[in-house]
Write a protein that binds this ligand. Structure first.
Ligand code: ADP
Ligand code: TRP
Length: 316
């Protein structure tokens, strides 16, 4: 039986945190076991935010090491970077020509960016088109992402439908896959955990950092169960058992935080140690990234051939 196809990716814009892990990476590690899988580094997406050569380079290499340390085995999943496959940007242009501005103006990410900064760049506005190309070149059945990316996957699906309608059946319609109980992992301040809010617990934190971060989790002064501490704690420990402990220690915030520090350290330590081993051989990491790119290129270029035929530019 043909395996179902999975595709997803992350922008190399900073250190992955436990929100990325529980909202996305953990599902990938489980799903690659029985899917034909493509996981990539969205470096051209990151160019909207990172415009510095050295920072870009180190972020890409770091994210590749993070992927492997988080449990993505290159024997089971094609790991590659977006900029190695020129078909992504090529297809993005084609999608631009069949998509209207008012449609893209309805995207949450655009609205948020615009609310913050009046002069957003064209790359940010067009982001969903590049993301649609990332997805549709590989004909995935599922695109596992956190809740915040759901709309982008829906835009990819709409775009596929639109293209199929204009040029004839070409793209399989992808489905977003979101795990509901961890759909949004809260950060230290109770808002969504995100690099851009600076409220994260990085997945590869050192013990001293875990201590500081957990101690800085915002608690209300009302006594009882500290919501934000509990919400993070339940990611790594059974919720029912935890509820009993929190009720028994009601109001004892410091003790509860100390318990979370120890549980978090036990959870993070194996990741951190594995990462150090992988990071000790960068040439090998780059070799794996390059060979992943070669595999992905074959799939993407075959799809692009078909697309060019469909739109009428492939003459010889
Ligand atoms: P960030 O918001 O920190 O910049 P990214 O946008 O790079 O994170 O997200 C990478 C992946 O991790 C996406 O699939 C995203 O949906 C998921 N993700 C990010 N933050 C969270 C969170 N707090 N809870 C659940 N999933 C998340
Ligand atoms: N937009 C995603 C994010 O910010 C990253 C991404 C780019 C992606 N292209 C993708 C995710 C394709 C899944 C599929 O997290």
């Amino acid at each position: 039986m043909q395996k179902k196809i999975l595709l997803s990716g992350i922008k190399p814009t900073g250190r992955p945190h436990i929100g990325n892990y529980f909202g996305a990476i953990k599902q990938w590690v489980e799903m690659v076991e029985d899917h034909e899988s493509y996981i990539f580094i969205a470096d051209y997406h990151a160019l909207n935010f990172i415009q510095n050569k050295d920072e870009m380079k180190s972020n890409i290499v770091d994210l590749m090491i993070d992927y492997m340390a988080a449990g993505l085995d290159p024997e089971k999943v094609v790991l590659f970077k977006q900029s190695d496959i020129s078909e992504h940007t090529e297809l993005s242009w084609i999608f631009d020509t069949i998509t209207t501005m008012p449609y893209l103006m309805r995207a949450h990410a655009y609205k948020d960016a615009e609310a913050k900064d009046k002069e957003i760049c064209v790359g940010t506005f067009n982001y969903p088109m590049l993301m649609a190309a990332d997805i549709l070149l590989y004909s995935p059945d599922v695109v596992p992402v956190g809740q915040d990316q759901k709309q982008h996957v829906e835009i990819a699906r709409d775009t596929a439908q639109k293209f199929n309608h204009i040029f004839g059946e070409t793209f399989k319609l992808p489905e977003p896959k979101i795990i509901s109980e961890v759909a949004i992992v809260p950060g230290l301040d109770g808002r969504k955990m995100s690099k851009s809010y600076d409220n994260t617990i990085p997945l590869f934190s050192e013990y001293e950092d875990i201590k500081k971060l957990v101690m800085s989790i915002v608690t209300d002064s009302g006594g009882g169960i500290p919501e934000n501490v509990f919400a993070i704690h339940k990611l790594i420990r059974d919720e029912k058992e935890l509820k009993e402990i929190y009720e028994a220690k009601s109001g004892k915030y410091k003790e509860l935080k100390e318990m979370l520090i120890e549980d978090m350290e036990n959870f993070i330590k194996p990741f951190r140690e594995k990462r150090k081993i992988i990071a000790s051989d960068i040439p090998k990491v780059l070799e794996i990234l390059k060979s992943g790119g070669e595999k992905a290129k074959k799939v993407a270029s075959a799809k692009m051939e078909d697309i060019k035929k469909k739109i009428g530019v492939n003459l010889y």
